[in-house]
Design a protein around this ligand. Structure first.
Ligand code: SF4
Ligand code: SF4
Length: 350
């Protein structure tokens, strides 16, 4: 681990230099807010942004991705054999990613990169990706990241963490991937380790003081899973939900997907598309039977997965990094913090 000073006058020139070897992604504002997008040659990341509508999860898990292809032409020797799509996994860097979104990638990794199963698409994208984080000096009102073991200067999952110090960035280089990216930019002005660390500590404390929101999870682990599943409060929580799925699409830790096949003349492709557990179609079987056909079952599934199943399975906290996007985006104001409180304080009546 080392510290580097980057004069803001050198920032654009440096990241442009890295384009020779890296595909770049970063925050870009448009009329619908800020998104993490691929940065074309003439596009610089907007490092003054506050929060992005969508997280960076699509860099590793695209909204739609071709995973397999097949040739249906019987004149071709290996016709009808499914082969992995020729996707490229060139080195890529996500610039200005928020610390909670980098930590979210580690939670998603628990699903896509396990001892038993490795999703080759996600794992290859992950191996190719360098995450250059930007500490949050002014947390937004929906941010409750400190109460889920994350925070505005959390380093987990990041390769570099930047602190914005007006005319320059102070960069904490955390991993070999981070070192390689800094070298590709030509950022090499070493900063004093001790002074730099105390500056990061001060910034972190100041930023954390400004987070007023939190989520209550301390008793969730001890709750009996079936008691929560059968609890009477789910109808009330689900009542106003319109199953739009927004909460899951904006969530950096949600990973549900669907598989679709498409045939064009003699070529067939299999796609993986984002899906949502809030949609009745997500669980509908080919027979027409749907184990989660009722809205209340789907709403319960979302919160039980995030706040109980994940916690019980991995024992590493809840499946949430406290970014607050689902709270901010829900059109009917369903709030994961209130649901967590209801679950956390629930006592089964005998
Ligand atoms: S955003 Fe709100 S209304 Fe839409 S599916 Fe999620 S909880 Fe339901
Ligand atoms: S559940 Fe909500 S607050 Fe938590 S990570 Fe997902 S979008 Fe962010």
């Amino acid at each position: 681990m080392k510290f580097i000073t980057i004069d803001k006058k050198d920032w654009t020139k440096g990241i442009d230099k890295s384009r020779k070897t890296y595909q770049l992604f970063g925050p870009v504002k448009d009329k619908n807010g800020c998104k993490i997008k691929e940065l074309d040659a003439d596009l610089a990341p907007d490092m003054d942004y506050h929060e992005s509508v969508m997280s960076a999860k699509s860099v590793l898990f695209p909204q739609t991705e071709t995973i397999l292809t097949t040739c249906l032409n019987e004149a071709v020797e290996d016709h009808h054999i499914m082969k992995r799509a020729q996707n490229t996994y060139t080195p890529r860097a996500v610039l200005g990613i928020r610390p909670y979104d980098a930590k979210a990638i580690l939670l998603v990794k628990m699903n896509f990169d396990t001892d038993d199963y490795k999703d080759p698409y996600w794992c290859d994208a992950y191996a190719a990706t360098t995450l250059v984080g930007l500490g949050i000096t002014k947390p937004g009102p929906f941010d409750f990241s400190t109460s889920v073991g994350c925070g505005p200067f959390c380093e987990e999952g990041l390769d570099i963490l930047l602190a914005d110090l007006d005319d320059h960035y102070l960069a904490k280089v955390l991993t070999p991937k981070g070192e390689a990216y800094a070298a590709a930019c030509g950022f090499d002005a070493a900063a004093d380790d001790r002074e730099s660390q105390s500056l990061f500590d001060i910034l972190q404390k100041e930023a954390e003081k400004n987070i007023a929101s939190s989520i209550e999870t301390d008793k969730l682990k001890e709750k009996v899973l079936l008691d929560l599943h059968e609890a009477p409060f789910w109808d009330d929580i689900a009542f106003s939900c319109i199953n739009c799925g927004t909460c899951t699409y904006v969530c950096p830790t949600c990973w549900c997907f669907d598989i679709q096949d498409e045939v064009k003349q003699k070529e067939s492709s299999r796609f993986r598309n984002w899906d949502t557990c809030m949609s009745p179609l997500f669980t509908r079987h080919a027979t027409g039977h749907n184990p989660r056909g009722a809205k209340v079952q789907r709403v319960r599934q979302r919160f039980m997965h995030k706040l109980k199943y994940f916690l019980d399975k991995y024992d590493q906290g809840i499946m949430c990094v406290g970014c607050g996007r689902c709270v901010k985006s829900c059109p009917v104001n369903i709030d994961i913090r209130q649901v967590a409180h209801t679950m956390n304080t629930f006592e089964k009546k005998d």
